[in-house]
Design a protein around this ligand. Structure first.
Ligand code: F6R
Length: 240
């Protein structure tokens, strides 16, 4: 695990953008694993800027980590919508090569189809990850099997509370999501995890320095041969 502590969130974000851009420049047919959430919004802004400056995504295939169960792709808070709004509508990844789990299908079927697509187009060359306050990666909540594949996962109250900010007041955030499993994520050739701010510091310390345990799903990354953890000073503050 390579840990890189940047002075500011902007510098950490720029580092991740540069890493993704380099991957695509070196391999225009790269398979990218993508994430959503607040941390990733500036990453996509940076990639859109790189695209406007000439970086082409026309040969890229993308796989998103997760999607809420029960949300139509057109729902503004679905990850399908998030990805269109923050990235896909602004770059040239062909629509038939952007894969997200289907949120409004039978979850078991959607998960099997997603794994089959990964089998067909993968492996993922570079997987982008954020980190939950409870150590989740994708929506693999604490207690997730380290051998898990894509499946439906019930979200913890803490995750639902953290994500409630993206929903309209009174709207109940979904109770579960379809997420790549931990073993699915671990099949990526390279992984970049971005965590920013002191609120993530405890989870970061568990992921990087804690024991490998299903109670902190991100700790499984210690077993991967090519992981970069990019942090700002806030997120790094609990590292020894
Ligand atoms: C989203 C995802 C999640 C988020 C994590 C952090 O696709 O997989 O693991 O990366 O919940 O979210 P933010 O960045 O909103 O703190």
């Amino acid at each position: 695990m390579r840990v890189c502590v940047c002075a500011t969130p902007e510098q950490a974000t720029a580092r991740v953008v540069a890493r993704i851009a380099r991957t695509v420049r070196e391999n225009p047919r790269a398979v990218l694993g993508l994430a959503t959430g607040g941390t990733m919004e500036p990453v996509y802004r940076g990639l859109i800027e790189a695209h406007r400056a000439g970086l082409g995504f026309a040969g890229v295939t993308s796989f998103n980590l997760d999607e809420y169960v029960g949300l139509d792709p057109a729902h503004p808070q679905s990850y399908h919508s998030y990805m269109r709004r923050h990235f896909f509508d602004h770059v040239d990844i062909p629509a038939d090569r952007r894969f997200l789990p289907c949120g409004d299908c039978d979850p078991a079927e959607a998960a099997a189809i997603f794994e089959a697509r990964l089998e067909q187009h993968g492996p993922v060359d570079l997987q982008l990850l954020g980190l939950g306050h409870n150590g989740h990666i994708g929506f693999n909540e604490p207690g997730s099997s380290l051998g898990s594949l894509t499946r439906e996962k019930t979200l913890t109250r803490r995750t639902r509370d953290a994500n409630a900010r993206f929903f309209r007041p009174g709207e109940v955030p979904p109770q579960s999501a379809i997420t790549m499993g931990i073993a699915t994520i671990m099949r990526a050739r390279s992984i970049v995890l971005l965590a920013l701010g002191a609120a993530k510091a405890e989870a970061v310390a568990e992921v990087v320095e804690g024991p490998v345990t299903a109670f902190c799903p991100g700790s499984a990354l210690q077993y991967h041969r090519d992981v970069s953890v990019i942090l700002d000073e806030g997120a790094a503050k609990d590292l020894r």
